[in-house]
Design a protein around this ligand. Structure first.
Ligand code: ACM
Ligand code: ZN
Length: 549
C-alpha cells in the first residue's frame, strides 16, 4: 500500500515536472508564412537599451533597414555597428557560401538568451531573416506612427532556431491603378505589407481602356488625353454612369523611380504591365490613327472588353509601342515586362486592309497568328534591352513566341500547355488567385465583380499541377494574387480584398507544401491580424460562417 502510494506520488511529480518543463518552452510563434524548419527552445532574448545591431561585411544596409524598422516602435537606440557581434547583440552575417544550403532568398535565424544571429547568402536572405525576427516580437513592434508600449514582459523574443527558404521565386500580387488610380503612398504601404509576408513581386497594371497611368516623355498626349475619363460606372448600378469626371491621374516618371527604389530596398520587384494590343483604348484616344478604324475615341467609361484595339498592320503603331516600352525599360529594372495580351477581340483586324495586308505579306494563317507576329516584334525589342516578355495566357492562341513567359489566368490549362512546351509560367487562376472576387457570401460584403474565392480556397491552391511531368515542373515560377480595381475605389477597399487572402497566398508560395495546414494557419492568423492592425490594414475579419466554401 505504502509502496503503491509512493509510486503514485513519484508519477504525479514527474507529470508536474513534465508540465513545467513544457511550459518553459513557449508556444510556437505565429509566423506567417510558416518557415521551412523551426525548433523552439527554452528561454528568451530581450531587446533593451543595450542591444546593438552588428553587421558583418556586406550586411550593413540590411542592418540599417532592420534597425530603422525596430527603432521607432520600440523607442530603443539600437545602434548599428560593424563589429563582431557581442553578447546581447543582433548579428547579421552575409556568407555567399551558404547559397547551396539556403538558396538566394533563404536565411538561418538563431535566437539564444545571449544573442540573435541572422545568416544568409544574400541581402534578400538577411532581409527575410529580419522579417521573421520582427514577427517573433509582440505585434506592437509593427506600430507605424508612434512608439508603442511593450506589452507586460517587454520586447521579448522566444529562443528559436529557424532555417528557411521560399518554395517559389515568384511570390506576387497585381495592383490595377488603371480602373481606379492608387496613389504612390499607398503603393509604398502595399509594398511594406507584402514584404512582411515575404511576397517579392508587385505587378502594376499601368494602362487599360479606362486610363493611361504612366508618364511617357516622348508622348505626353498619352497622359494628357488618356488619364482622364468623363465618368465611371455608378457605384451600385454598374450599367449607368456616375456623371463624375475621373482624373487626370497618373504616375510621373519621378514617382515611378521613387517607387522602384522604395520597393527594391524591401526586396520587392515592380513589374510593369503595358496592355497591348487589346485594352489599349486610352492610348488610341491620343493616337486614333493607330487603330484599325481611325477613331475618334473617348476613354472608356464602362468596365468590360473594348472592341477597338491596336492595329498591328500599321508600322507606326509598332513604333509607338517601342517608344513606350523603351521608356518603361529605363524606369523599371525588372527582368520581366508584362505586355498584357488578354481579351483582344480580333474582329476589327478581319476588316482592316492594313491588318489583312500584314497577314498576306507575313504568310500568316489567321488573326490569332497576327497577334503572335506582333508579340514577336515586341519580344525582339524587349530582348534588345535584356528583358523578357510576359503575357496573359491568350498569347498561346496563335502560338507562343520563343522567349515568352505565360501568366495563366483562365484556369491552369494555359500554364500546363506553356510549361509542357518549355516556357516559364506564373499561376494566377481566377479560381484561387482573383482577389477581386468575393471572399464571403452574404449581404454584408461589398459590391464586387462576382465569383467566390474564400480564404480556404486561396490556401489550398497548389501552383504545380499534378499532371505536369516532373521534368517540366521547374517552369512554374510561382503564383500571384490579382487585385483588379473595377470595384475597389480606395486604398482601403484594396486592403479589404487583399487581406487576409494575401497572407494565405504567402504560405502557398513560401512554405514547403508538406508543412501547409489550414487549421494551423487560421490559428496563427489570429495573431497575425494583430500585426495588420498595427499597420493600419483594413483587412476583412474572417467570420468562419459565410467565408466557407
Ligand atoms: C484578365 O483578367 N483579363 C487577365
Ligand atoms: Zn488593323
Amino acid at each position: 500500500m505504502k509502496q503503491r502510494r509512493r509510486t503514485a506520488l513519484l508519477l504525479l511529480s514527474c507529470m508536474t515536472l513534465l508540465t513545467n518543463s513544457q511550459c518553459a518552452v513557449a508556444a510556437p510563434p505565429a509566423l506567417v508564412p510558416a518557415p521551412a524548419k523551426m525548433t523552439v527552445a527554452e528561454g528568451t532574448f530581450q531587446l533593451s537599451r543595450e542591444t546593438s545591431i552588428c553587421a558583418g561585411p556586406g550586411a550593413e544596409a540590411e542592418a540599417r533597414e532592420l534597425a530603422a524598422a525596430l527603432r521607432m516602435p520600440t523607442g530603443l537606440p539600437l545602434p548599428v555597428k560593424t563589429s563582431e557581434p557581442k553578447p546581447g547583440a543582433i548579428g547579421l552575417q552575409l556568407d555567399r557560401s551558404l547559397e547551396s544550403q539556403l538558396g538566394i532568398e533563404g536565411y538561418r535565424l538563431s535566437v539564444t538568451p545571449s544573442r540573435v544571429t541572422i545568416c544568409a547568402a544574400t541581402e534578400a536572405g538577411l532581409f527575410y531573416g529580419g522579417v521573421t525576427f520582427r514577427q517573433l516580437l509582440p505585434p506592437q513592434v509593427f506600430a507605424t506612427k508612434q512608439p508603442a508600449r511593450a506589452p507586460g514582459g517587454g520586447w521579448i523574443v522566444p529562443c528559436i532556431e529557424i532555417e528557411d527558404r521560399p518554395r517559389f521565386a515568384w511570390r506576387g500580387l497585381l495592383l490595377d491603378p488603371a480602373r481606379h488610380f492608387m496613389p504612390p503612398e499607398f503603393v509604398k504601404k502595399l509594398v511594406d505589407v507584402m514584404a512582411l509576408h515575404k511576397l517579392n513581386t508587385l505587378q502594376l497594371h499601368l494602362t487599360d481602356d479606362q486610363g493611361w497611368r504612366i508618364e511617357i516623355k516622348k508622348h505626353p498626349q498619352l497622359t494628357q488625353l488618356g488619364s482622364v475619363r468623363k465618368e465611371s460606372p455608378l457605384h451600385g448600378d454598374r450599367k449607368r454612369g456616375d456623371g463624375q469626371r475621373y482624373g487626370p491621374f497618373f504616375y510621373t516618371q519621378q514617382q515611378i523611380r521613387d517607387l522602384v527604389a522604395y520597393a527594391r530596398a524591401r526586396h520587392v520587384t515592380l513589374v510593369p504591365e503595358i496592355e497591348m494590343p487589346g485594352h489599349f483604348l486610352a492610348a488610341l484616344v491620343a493616337y486614333p490613327a493607330l487603330s484599325c478604324r481611325g477613331g475618334p475615341f473617348e476613354v472608356r467609361t464602362r468596365w468590360g472588353i473594348e472592341p477597338d484595339i491596336l492595329c498591328p498592320g500599321n508600322d507606326e503603331a509598332i513604333a509607338l509601342v517601342k517608344d513606350v516600352l523603351g521608356e518603361v525599360c529605363e524606369l523599371f529594372p525588372s527582368r520581366f515586362i508584362h505586355i498584357g495580351g488578354d481579351e483582344a477581340p480580333r474582329d476589327r483586324w478581319k476588316s482592316c486592309p492594313k491588318c489583312q495586308a500584314r497577314i498576306r505579306t507575313e504568310n500568316l494563317k489567321s488573326e490569332a497568328q497576327l497577334q503572335t507576329w506582333f508579340n514577336h516584334r515586341v519580344e525582339e525589342f524587349l530582348a534588345s534591352k535584356g528583358r523578357r516578355l510576359l503575357g496573359w495566357d491568350e498569347i498561346l492562341e496563335g502560338g507562343l513566341t520563343p522567349g515568352a513567359t505565360v501568366m495563366s489566368w483562365r484556369g491552369i490549362k494555359g500554364g500546363i500547355a506553356a510549361a509542357s512546351a518549355g516556357h516559364d509560367v506564373v499561376m494566377v487562376p481566377t479560381t484561387h488567385c482573383y482577389f477581386d472576387y468575393a471572399q464571403a457570401k452574404g449581404a454584408n460584403e461589398p459590391e464586387c465583380i462576382g465569383g467566390f474565392v474564400p480564404l480556404s480556397r486561396v490556401y489550398e491552391f497548389e501552383p504545380v499541377p499534378a499532371e505536369l511531368p516532373e521534368s517540366r515542373r521547374h517552369h512554374i515560377l510561382g503564383a500571384q494574387g490579382a487585385l483588379w480595381t473595377e470595384y475597389m475605389w480606395t486604398p482601403g477597399d484594396v486592403e479589404y480584398f487583399a487581406f487576409p487572402r494575401a497572407a494565405a497566398l504567402a504560405e502557398v508560395v513560401w512554405t514547403p507544401a508538406e508543412r501547409k495546414d489550414f487549421a494551423g494557419f487560421e490559428h496563427r492568423l489570429q495573431n497575425h491580424l494583430l500585426r495588420l492592425d498595427q499597420l493600419g490594414v483594413n483587412y476583412r475579419k474572417p467570420s468562419g460562417v459565410n467565408d466557407r466554401k
